[in-house]
Design a protein around this ligand. Structure first.
Ligand code: 9MG
Length: 276
C-alpha cells in the first residue's frame, strides 16, 4: 500500500476534517463562514487529530445551487491561506473549478478534492499543473438533481469502471497514480441500498490501487438506516467509518474528528494485528 501522498502520511488510516465555508451546507448550516471562526474550527480539528482539513466553498448537498468562481474563491482562498499560515495543517480544497484549483494550490493547499473527478472543462490540465494530489470521486448526475431516482444495474461495478476511466484520463493528462485517491461518493446519486452495497463491497474498490477516501459522516443514508436526525448521527457515522476502514479505506472524511480518530484507531489496531 502507498504510504505517503503529498503531505499526507497514510501509514495508518487518517481523518479528513470537514470545514464548509458556505451558508447552506447540509449538516453544519454554514456556521463556519467567518474566516476567524473557520480558523478556530480548523485548529480544533488539528488538535483532535485530523490529518488534513477539507475546505469547501460550494455546497454539495442534494439540491444545492451552484456558486460562481469569484464567490467560491472569495470564500475559500483566505481560509486556505490562514489555515496554512497559522496552523500548518495540510489543506484539501473541495472544488471542481479549474480556477479555484490553481488559486488553492498557489495559496498552499496540498490536495484537490473533486466530486466531479476532474470532468469539468480544463480541470485535468489545472490539476496537472497544480502538482498536488487529487481525490477523484464518483457522482451520478449533478448535486441539484442527483437524488431524483438514481439507477444502476450493478452499482459497485459501475462505480469501479468510472474510477478506472478517470484514473486513465488522469494518466493521459500526466497525473500519475502516485498523486491520486479514489472515492465511491457515498450519497452522490445513490439510494440507501446503493450506499449499503458499496460499503459492503468496498474492498473491491480498494483493490483498484490508489488509496481510498470515504465520506459517510452524518449522511442521509445513515439517517434512513437509523431514523436519526442529522445532529444525532454520530454513532452511525462512527460505525460506518469503522466498517470502511476494515474494508480498506485509508482516509475518512468526517465532521466529528476526535470521535472518528478514536474509532478508526480501534479498527487500525485490529487490522495491524491481523497482518502479523
Ligand atoms: C465534498 N464532499 C462531500 N461528501 C464527500 C465525499 O463523500 N467524498 C468526497 N471526496 N468529498 C465529499
Amino acid at each position: 500500500m502507498l504510504l505517503r501522498l503529498g503531505h499526507l502520511n497514510l501509514e495508518m488510516p487518517a481523518v479528513m476534517g470537514v470545514l464548509n465555508v458556505t451558508p447552506d451546507s447540509f449538516s453544519d448550516g454554514g456556521r463556519f463562514m467567518d474566516r476567524d471562526a473557520a480558523l478556530r474550527r480548523a485548529e480544533a480539528m488539528a488538535k483532535a487529530g485530523a490529518a488534513v482539513v477539507d475546505i469547501g466553498g460550494e455546497s454539495t448537498r442534494p439540491g444545492a445551487d451552484a456558486v460562481d468562481e469569484r464567490q467560491e474563491l472569495d470564500r475559500v482562498i483566505p481560509v486556505v491561506e490562514a489555515v496554512r499560515r497559522h496552523i500548518g495543517l495540510p489543506v484539501s480544497v473541495d472544488t471542481s473549478k479549474p480556477g479555484v484549483m490553481r488559486a488553492a494550490a498557489a495559496a498552499g493547499a496540498g490536495l484537490i478534492n473533486d466530486i466531479r473527478a476532474l470532468r469539468e472543462p480544463g480541470a485535468l490540465d489545472a490539476a496537472a499543473a497544480a502538482g498536488v494530489p487529487v481525490c477523484l470521486m464518483h457522482m451520478q448526475g449533478q448535486p441539484r438533481t442527483m437524488q431524483e431516482n438514481p439507477r444502476y444495474d450493478d452499482v459497485t461495478a459501475e462505480v469501479a469502471a468510472f474510477l478506472r476511466e478517470r484514473l486513465a484520463a488522469c494518466a493521459g493528462a500526466g497525473i500519475g497514480p502516485d498523486r491520486l485517491l479514489i472515492d465511491p461518493g457515498f450519497g452522490f446519486g445513490k439510494t440507501v441500498a446503493h450506499n449499503v452495497e458499496l460499503l459492503a463491497n468496498l474492498r473491491q474498490l480498494a483493490d483498484i490501487g490508489p488509496p481510498l477516501l470515504v465520506g459517510l459522516s452524518r449522511k442521509s443514508s445513515l439517517g434512513a438506516l437509523t431514523g436519526r436526525a442529522v445532529g444525532e448521527r454520530l454513532p452511525a457515522s462512527l460505525a460506518a467509518a469503522v466498517v470502511a476502514v476494515m474494508n480498506g479505506a485509508s482516509i475518512v472524511r468526517a465532521h466529528d474528528v476526535a470521535e472518528t480518530v478514536d474509532a478508526i484507531k480501534v479498527a487500525a489496531a485490529v487490522l495491524e494485528t491481523r497482518k502479523q
